[in-house]
Design a protein around this ligand. Structure first.
Ligand SMILES: C[S@@+](CC[C@H](N)C(=O)[O-])C[C@H]1O[C@@H](n2cnc3c(N)ncnc32)[C@H](O)[C@@H]1O
Length: 213
């Protein structure tokens, strides 16, 4: 879901840096050969991710939900010298595609794929994370927060995608499905936590950025 009118989105993309060639190729490949290509972050959100990464210069990024590896490549652009991106994906059939495109990029040394369910894998990886990016399995966002928050440090960020869920977060609470109710509870939990400062950007399906104070 995209909340911007199509022509505004096109204008925003026009005056946003182009995708690097390897991302353009991955974007096209995903749309031609992989189911549910709209899951991929895409041009505008991808450039936002890369820009945030350049601004924060993280040593360690932890991503939940790799899909074909597009957003992980965007995070990799800005990691500090010697830094790394760890991305968790439950679907092992995606692994060869992900690896092929990562290997063909200038960032292959920084990228690490972990196949498994995020609830199982996060505890192994959560130490020293500067940016956690949640982009899978909405019903577990609160569980991911519970796993990550105690391990995060002041100045680190938890960034969650799809927090507007095509606008369903505005539904009356009694008619929300499980994913929508969790996304609403996630936003509420962040807002009530004095340790966090947050901003919700209505970019694409909604990006909620929380900074640990
Ligand atoms: C929205 S896509 C990720 C898109 C990717 N971040 C990007 O922008 O290019 C979500 C991915 O999470 C994976 N996924 C779903 N449940 C998961 C879980 N419990 N643990 C890890 N990955 C999961 C799905 O297989 C899917 O590939």
């Amino acid at each position: 879901m995209n909340f911007l009118p199509e022509e505004i989105e096109a204008y925003a993309e026009r005056f946003t840096a182009d995708e690097p060639t390897y991302l353009d190729e991955l974007n096209r490949y995903t749309h031609q050969h992989v189911l549910q290509p709209r899951m991929l972050a895409g041009h505008l959100q991808g450039r936002l991710i890369a820009m945030l990464s350049h601004m924060i210069k993280p040593m360690k990024v932890l991503e939940v939900g790799t899909y074909t590896g597009y957003s992980a490549l965007c995070w990799a652009e800005g990691v500090a010298e010697g830094g790394s991106v760890h991305s968790i994906e439950i679907d092992d059939e995606l692994a060869p595609k992900i690896q092929r495109f990562w290997d063909g990029s200038p960032h292959k040394e920084k990228l690490n794929l972990h196949i498994g369910a995020a609830l199982d894998v996060i505890p192994e990886l959560a130490d020293g994370v500067d940016i956690a990016f949640l982009d899978a399995d909405k019903k577990n966002y609160l569980n991911y927060l519970d796993l990550l928050l105690p391990k995060m440090h002041p100045g680190s960020y938890i960034i969650a995608d799809n927090v507007l869920w095509s606008g369903k977060v505005l539904d009356p609470p009694e008619s929300m499905d499980e994913d929508t109710a969790t996304l609403y509870a996630y936003a509420q939990r962040l807002k009530e936590d004095d340790r966090l400062e947050q901003v919700l950007l209505p970019v694409r399906d909604g990006l909620l950025i929380a900074r640990i104070k």
